[in-house]
Design a protein around this ligand. Structure first.
Ligand SMILES: C[S@@+](CC[C@H](N)C(=O)[O-])C[C@H]1O[C@@H](n2cnc3c(N)ncnc32)[C@H](O)[C@@H]1O
Length: 375
């Protein structure tokens, strides 16, 4: 099967590295989707192990279309009966970019009609009761090419299941994982998130450092499909086998809000990594460390709630605090336009990254490297 992994703009390189380390080689990224070939066993592995992909889609076809008739014919020609049953609950998802067919809802209606007509003909039934397994059919129109997909994941893969309490402006788990993967943080290094909010970054850092598959415990839509073999138990077992049960991490997470810290502590426990993270309620200005060569990874406030002067002062003080740790590295994600200037200097690494459709900068400041004597 052809598989597609959609991901947020700016994290494609991270998803590609994750695929490489899972043994899938160098997969091409086209228009925010990474493509590769695979079986249902790979579908299960990707859903369970990928940290920054948003979903795993099966691509049924890709055809140039410029009218609704062409769209119907293209959808009707695809072998939906190999994946859907007479009971499938068919839900539509769609998007359109620079295409003559810009009305996404209407396009979805046309594709659904084609799918239903094809199923009735091929399965020899008069109607579909839609009382069974959910299957999301996707139609994505990009420059007059329609791509037809089936969503194997169901809920987006950022929904790991551990984050149940809301605290202001939480970061998507998939984005937090990409920030960590793109940084120099690795197990054994000191780590701190001084604006931890609901705890997403330290939890994802612990999952990453201990090689814990982020989605081993949740369910996926494809599990219920009649066409899918029962491959998840084997993949969940692989996840159990590869996780590091021996390393004890010492991650530090703090926030100025007691409510945030208590939510973060709860989420870390739910994710099974509570014992690896020390949570403290504190202003980030108070942070210092005896440890060397650590890594700060944070997502400071962007400013919806703060006045411009307060925001500038917050980033200025963050930079001052960081410069008192000369051999630490610091990475942060922010949509604040003055972030680098206020922090006190240009970042060595800078990337545009989208968190929930908000364009952010991901900035990296690298600390001094350990000398031979330090190693
Ligand atoms: C954008 S949120 C972080 C969201 C977090 N990454 C998550 O996924 O939930 C920013 C956080 O910074 C905290 N904060 C604001 N000013 C702070 C300060 N001076 N010191 C420490 N934390 C602060 C807020 O309480 C808030 O939780």
């Amino acid at each position: 099967m052809d598989l597609l992994i959609p991901c947020a703009a700016g994290v494609e390189a991270s998803v590609k590295r994750q695929l490489n380390s899972l043994g899938y080689g160098d997969c091409p990224a086209i228009n925010g989707r990474i493509s590769l070939a695979g079986s249902f066993f790979d579908v299960a592995r990707l859903n369970v192990f990928l940290r920054s992909g948003e979903r795993v889609l099966i691509k049924l076809g890709e055809v140039p279309v410029s009218t609704f008739e062409e769209l119907y014919d293209a959808a009707f020609s695809l072998p939906w009966e190999e994946f859907l049953s007479a009971h499938s609950l068919i839900r539509m998802d769609g998007k359109s970019f620079q295409s003559k067919l810009g009305a996404v809802k209407a396009a979805g209606g046309v594709v659904k009609k084609a799918v239903v007509d094809r199923l009735k003909e091929k399965l020899g039934v008069r109607s579909l009761d839609e009382r069974g397994e959910r299957t999301v059919v996707g139609v994505s129109l990009f420059r007059d090419r329609a791509t037809f997909t089936l969503d194997t994941s169901g809920e987006g893969l950022h929904k790991r299941g551990y984050r149940t309490l809301a605290y202001e402006a939480p970061l998507k788990e998939t984005i937090a994982a990409a920030m960590i993967e793109s940084s120099i943080y690795r197990a054994g290094k000191p780590f701190a998130d001084l604006f931890c909010g609901s705890g997403t970054i330290p939890v994802e850092a612990a999952l990453y450092a201990l090689n814990i598959a982020p989605n081993a415990r949740r369910g996926f839509d494809f599990e219920k499909w009649k066409c899918a073999p029962n491959v998840l138990p084997q993949v969940r077992q692989e996840a159990e086998d590869v996780r590091d049960r021996h390393t004890k991490l010492s991650l530090f997470a703090s926030d100025i809000s007691e409510e945030a810290v208590s939510a973060a502590r709860y989420h870390a426990k739910r994710a099974g990594v509570g014992e690896h993270i020390t949570f403290v309620c504190a202003d980030m200005r108070k942070f210092s460390s005896e440890e060397r060569f650590g890594v700060l990874i944070s997502n400071p406030p962007y400013g919806e709630r703060l006045k411009e002067d307060d925001l500038f002062a917050l980033y200025r003080d963050f930079g001052r605090m960081y410069r008192a740790l000369p051999d630490w590295s610091c990475y942060f994600l922010s949509a604040y336009g003055q972030a680098e200037r206020a922090f006190g200097g240009r970042a060595q690494k800078r990337r545009k990254l989208f968190n929930a459709n908000l364009a952010c900068g991901f900035y990296g400041y690298l600390g001094a490297k350990p000398s031979v004597a330090d190693k």
